[in-house]
Design a protein around this ligand. Structure first.
Ligand SMILES: [Zn+2]
Length: 72
């Protein structure tokens, strides 16, 4: 469950269909819709459930162990 503020209702609402996205600065955010008016809602920070189990993403792949070349 994620709560945000709907600018159209001018009231705090539960975010409908929340999706965790990553902002340009790499921080998590939650995006969804207002259950009352359908306006897009946006909240900085991941919801509790997602924040607890999301491992940090790494840009580089781990080196593959094994032979690097072929020998005759
Ligand atoms: Zn609303």
């Amino acid at each position: 469950m994620a709560n945000g503020y709907c600018v159209k209702c001018k009231a705090p609402r539960e975010i409908l269909d929340p999706k965790v996205i990553t902002m340009k600065n790499g921080r998590p955010a939650t995006e969804g819709r207002c259950p009352v008016c359908g306006t897009r809602m946006f909240k900085i920070g991941a919801p509790e459930a997602a924040a607890a189990g999301v491992p940090p993403e790494r840009g580089e792949a781990p080196p593959t162990p094994g032979e690097t070349g072929t020998r005759p």
